[in-house]
Design a protein around this ligand. Structure first.
Ligand SMILES: *Cc1c(COP(=O)(O)O)cnc(C)c1O
Length: 426
C-alpha cells in the first residue's frame, strides 16, 4: 500500500469494501457459524483460513495486528492480552524446558521477573548480559542449547539503547533469532526488523494505545529467520506437531508465517491470553495518531531533559536525546527522529528527596504507568523493581534515587513550570 508510516497508522490493516464500515468493526462474538462440520474441520486442520473461535482468531484483532505488522515491516503479527503475554509467548514458542536464552540485563522489571523467576521454574535458563558488552562477551554467553537472544530497543526504565545490529549479528552467528521489545521506541522511531531483529514484541499498553485505556501486547514476525536451516535447534517448528494433526509449521507456513502460526495454534490455544475485540478497537484508535503523538512526546521530553540537566537540584539525567548521554551515539543511529517521552533522573538527596519531589508535582501524577497522554512519574526501586537486590538493580541500570518521568502531551511551558515548582519545594 505505502511505506509511509503516517498513512499506515491511519489506514493500514483494514480496507473496507463498498458500503462497509469505515472504522474497524468490533466483532464481539466468541464464535462463528458454519454450514457443515466438514468445512469447520478444515479450519481445525489448518487446511483453510477462517474464524471459528475468538480464542484463536478474531477479525477485529486481525485487522489491528495487520496494521502493526505493516508498521514494523514484518510479515505477520498476533495480538495478546498484555505485553507480558507477548514476551512469554515469543520466548516460550522456541525455548522450553532444558533450553537457554541470552537476554540483555537492561530490561523491564516484569520481563526480568518472567525470565529469571517464572520461566526458570519452567526449566528455561537465562544468561543476562550488559547491553554494552563486547561482541566477544556476547559470544561467550551462548551455550549449545541457546535458542534466542532478547533485548529492548530502549530499556524501561534504564533508557539504555540497544545496539540492535550487534545483538542480531551475535544471535545469527549462533543460529538463533533476536527478539526485540520495541515498546518504548514504537515503529515510528525505530523498526528493529530493518536492523536485523527477527521477532519484535510490544506492550501495546504504552504508546501504541497511548491513552492508558487498554492493556495489550503484540508479537510481530520479521519473516527472515530460516528455521529449517537450524532445524536441530527448533524441533517445534521443523518437525510434525502431534497436537495439531502432524503439521510441520516451517514447511507449511514458510519463514514468513511459521513462528506465529505455531504461537497461535499451540500457545494461544493452550494459554488463551487473547486481546478482546473491544481492546483491539481502542488500540487501533491509539495507532491512528501514534505518529503525531510520538513526535510531540519526544519534543516535550527533550525540553524536560534539557531543563532538568541544567537544574542545581538534579544530580543526573538520562535521556538519549541529550548530547552528553552515554547512549546518544546509538540513538543517533537507531532513533534519528527521537527516542520516546520517558526521562530518568536523580534528585539530589536520594530516595527521600525523590519521593517529596514526586508528591509535589501537580501535573505529573504518581502512577504505575508510562507512555500515555498524561504526564506521570514512578520510583522504580520502591515499586516495579522492588523484588531486585542492589546488585540486580545496578545491572538493570536502576539506582535507588532514579525517578522515571513519562512526559505527556500537555503544554511544554506548563510541564516545565510544574517541575520547577516541585524542585523549588524540595
Ligand atoms: C510495560 C512493559 C511490558 C509489559 O507489558 P504489559 O502490557 O504491562 O503486560 C513489557 N515490556 C516493556 C518494555 C514494557 O514497558
Amino acid at each position: 500500500m505505502t511505506d509511509h508510516l503516517e498513512t499506515i497508522c491511519v489506514q493500514g490493516g483494514y480496507r473496507p469494501g463498498s458500503g462497509e464500515p469505515r472504522q474497524i468493526p468490533i466483532i464481539q462474538s466468541t464464535t462463528f457459524k458454519y454450514d457443515s462440520s466438514e468445512e469447520m474441520g478444515k479450519l481445525f486442520d489448518l487446511e483453510a483460513e477462517g474464524y471459528f473461535y475468538s480464542r484463536l482468531q478474531n477479525p477485529t484483532c486481525d485487522h489491528v495486528a495487520a496494521k502493526i505488522a505493516q508498521l514494523e515491516g514484518g510479515t505477520a503479527a498476533m495480538l495478546t492480552s498484555s505485553g507480558q503475554a507477548a514476551n512469554f509467548y515469543a520466548v516460550f514458542n522456541i525455548a522450553s524446558c532444558g533450553d537457554h536464552v541470552v537476554a540483555s540485563s537492561s530490561i523491564y522489571g516484569g520481563t526480568y521477573n518472567l525470565f529469571a523467576v517464572t520461566m526458570k521454574r519452567m526449566g528455561v535458563e537465562f544468561t543476562f548480559v550488559s547491553p554494552d558488552c563486547t561482541a566477544q562477551e556476547l559470544d561467550g554467553a551462548f551455550r549449545p542449547n541457546t535458542k534466542a537472544v532478547f533485548g529492548e530497543t530502549i530499556a524501561n526504565p534504564a533508557l539504555t539503547v540497544l545496539d540492535i545490529e550487534k545483538f542480531a549479528q551475535a544471535a545469527h552467528r549462533h543460529g538463533v533469532p533476536l527478539i526485540v521489545d520495541n515498546t518504548f521506541a514504537t515503529p515510528i522511531n525505530c523498526q528493529p526488523i530493518r536492523w536485523g531483529a527477527d521477532i519484535v514484541v510490544h506492550s501495546t499498553t504504552k504508546y501504541m494505545d497511548g491513552h492508558a485505556a487498554a492493556l495489550g501486547g503484540c508479537i510481530v514476525d520479521g519473516g527472515h529467520f530460516d528455521w529449517m536451516a537450524h532445524a536441530d535447534k527448533f524441533p517445534g517448528l521443523c518437525t510434525p506437531d502431534d497436537s495439531y494433526h502432524g503439521v510441520t509449521y516451517a514447511e507449511k507456513f514458510g519463514m514468513e508465517g511459521a513462528f506465529l502460526h505455531k504461537a497461535a495454534a499451540q500457545l494461544m490455544r493452550d494459554f488463551g491470553s487473547v486481546m478482546s475485540p473491544q481492546s483491539a478497537f481502542l488500540l487501533n484508535l491509539g495507532l491512528e495518531s501514534l505518529h503525531v503523538r510520538m513526535a510531540r512526546h519526544c519534543e516535550n521530553a527533550q525540553a524536560v531533559a534539557e531543563f532538568l540537566s541544567g537544574h542545581p537540584k538534579i544530580s543526573w539525567v538520562r535521556y538519549s536525546g541529550l548530547p552528553g548521554d552515554p547512549y546518544h551515539a546509538l540513538a543517533e543511529k537507531y532513533l534519528p527522529h527521537g527516542s520516546c517521552g520517558v526521562v530518568s533522573f536523580g534528585v539530589k538527596g536520594g530516595r527521600g528527596a525523590a519521593a517529596s519531589f514526586m508528591e509535589r508535582l501537580r501535573l505529573g501524577a504518581i502512577a504505575t504507568h508510562v507512555a500515555d497522554a498524561r504526564t506521570c512519574c514512578l520510583h522504580p526501586a520502591s515499586t516495579t523493581h522492588r523484588q531486585m537486590n542492589d546488585a540486580e538493580l545496578a545491572a538493570a541500570g536502576v539506582s535507588p534515587d532514579l525517578v522515571r518521568l513519562s512526559v505527556g502531551l500537555e503544554s511544554r511551558e506548563d510541564l516545565l513550570a510544574d517541575l520547577a515548582q516541585a524542585l523549588d519545594a524540595v
